[in-house]
Design a protein around this ligand. Structure first.
Ligand code: NAD
Length: 408
């Protein structure tokens, strides 16, 4: 059986490799010709633990190649981007392009699977008509399912196999065929439903998380206002058997949480735009705490530019957005996982007034000694946006330690 995977990014590349390693013939198709060539030479810029070796294994099987041309296949798996535009509306142009391309090579008895995160109704109302443009009928001549991806950067290979999956087929046969295919490597349970429910469930999962983070961020700002400490408060409140307040932070980044909730928004009303505003507003909130505690034109060092701890993924990074808002300062950035920002922290803090912990990379706990940093800094302001540093250790070393969500 030949499988074509469309879109060789964070999702498509590991997915293609996993099928190849399970013995399927896999052709990875991408519209970016340079990417195709690089991948065929084992070069790619996704720093995912284990992926390099996993892809090497896939090439060694002889089952995998990347191609700039989409070829006839038994199965087409679409993993293309689904961003939002400047007015937060879903941009389905990549899904449409992929659908049109598949339609040109689609044959009887093929199975098409959409994995990209999309607004409810996209599989049946947008993709299906494009696929049928070649005269074949969905359900009768070919099968079509929506199967959302739930993996987390940093754990993609583990979660690809271990996570539970939802399959939304346009009919019973589409569900069964997709289930048979995924069960060749998925160890978690597989649930089947209709496409719109599957599309909605993926969006609901991310909106649920985004909303709960917004509540934590709202509490952080209110705790500052009321002179208390959100981190101590949440520990107490979370003793309640049915309460689980998440940790606040300097903003929500990544490819999914700041984007996916918008796919459910209908006009400007409802909860979701408010949630997005709260989470997007955290960058400015941290910016204000920096400005309130740092003389103009002095040096500010931001630790961590990835959107998530212990990864290099900088998509929608709150830190990079914060840099744009700190025009009045000399801003230096550091991230141990990003090659061009990997410098020596001690060198970077020389002459700085303010040090800001933006991302709770383990690296910073393992490598930073407060007294050594403070000796090199000109000022002594340390802002912790994650309750990550040892506050007592910093204060004893002479820092003016400021904690996000606390009145100090
Ligand atoms: N990254 C994640 O952690 C994650 C998690 C769950 C779901 N998703 C969803 O998966 C989808 C893909 O995300 P990603 O992070 O892999 O994106 P990505 O940007 O890393 O990769 C997408 C790839 O698709 C290619 N492409 C664009 N149009 C194409 C077309 N018409 N045909 C073939 N290739 C095309 C691009 O060149 C790119 O290489 C998105 O809908 C995303 O929301 C991502």
């Amino acid at each position: 059986m030949r499988i074509s995977v469309l879109g060789l990014g964070y999702i498509g590349l590991p997915t293609a490799a996993i099928f190849a390693n399970r013995g399927f013939e896999v052709v990875g198709f991408d519209t970016n010709g340079d990417k195709v060539e690089d991948i065929n030479h084992g070069v790619f810029d996704i720093h995912e633990p284990g992926l390099r070796a996993f892809l090497r294994d896939a090439f060694n099987t002889g089952n995998f190649r990347a191609d700039e041309k989409l070829v006839e296949s038994d199965v087409f798996i679409i993993c293309v981007p689904t961003p939002i535009d400047d007015s937060n509306k879903p941009d389905l142009s990549y899904v449409k392009d992929a659908g049109e391309r598949v339609s040109t090579v689609l044959e009887r008895d093929n199975l098409v699977i959409l994995e990209s995160t999309v607004p409810p109704g996209t599989t049946e109302n947008v993709l299906l008509p494009l696929l049928e443009e070649n005269g074949l009928k969905a359900g009768k001549d070919f099968s079509l399912s929506y199967c959302p991806e739930r993996v987390m950067p940093g754990k993609i290979l583990k979660e690809l196999t271990e996570n539970q999956r939802i399959i939304g087929g346009i009919d019973e046969k589409s569900c069964r065929r997709a289930e048979e295919l995924y069960s060749t490597f998925v160890e978690g349970d597989i649930f089947t439903t209709d496409p719109t429910t599957a599309e909605f469930s993926k969006l609901a999962e991310n909106t649920y998380r985004d909303t709960n983070i917004a509540l934590a961020n709202e509490f952080a700002r209110l705790c500052e206002l009321h002179g208390t400490d959100v981190w101590r408060m949440r520990k107490l409140a979370n003793n309640h058997p049915r309460v689980d307040i998440l940790k606040p932070g300097p903003g929500v980044g990544g490819h999914c949480l700041p984007v996916d909730p918008w796919f459910l928004v209908n006009g400007d009303s409802g909860l979701i735009p408010v949630v997005r505003k709260i989470n997007d507003g955290m960058v400015e909130h941290v910016g204000k705490r920096i400005r309130d505690n740092t003389p103009k034109e002095s040096v500010v060092v931001l630790l961590g530019t990835a959107y998530k701890a212990n990864t290099e993924d900088q998509r929608n990074s709150p830190t990079m957005k914060l840099v744009e808002r700190l025009q009045d300062f000399e801003v230096r950035i550091h991230d141990p996982y990003v090659s061009e920002q990997r410098g020596d922290v001690y060198h970077l803090v020389k002459g700085a007034h303010t040090l800001v912990l933006m991302v709770d990379h383990r690296y910073y706990a393992d490598t930073i000694t407060p007294s050594k940093v403070l000796e090199l800094m000109e000022g002594n302001t340390v802002i912790d946006s994650r309750d990550f540093f040892d506050a007592k250790g910093w204060e004893e070393a002479g820092a003016e330690y400021i904690l996000l969500g606390a009145n100090r």
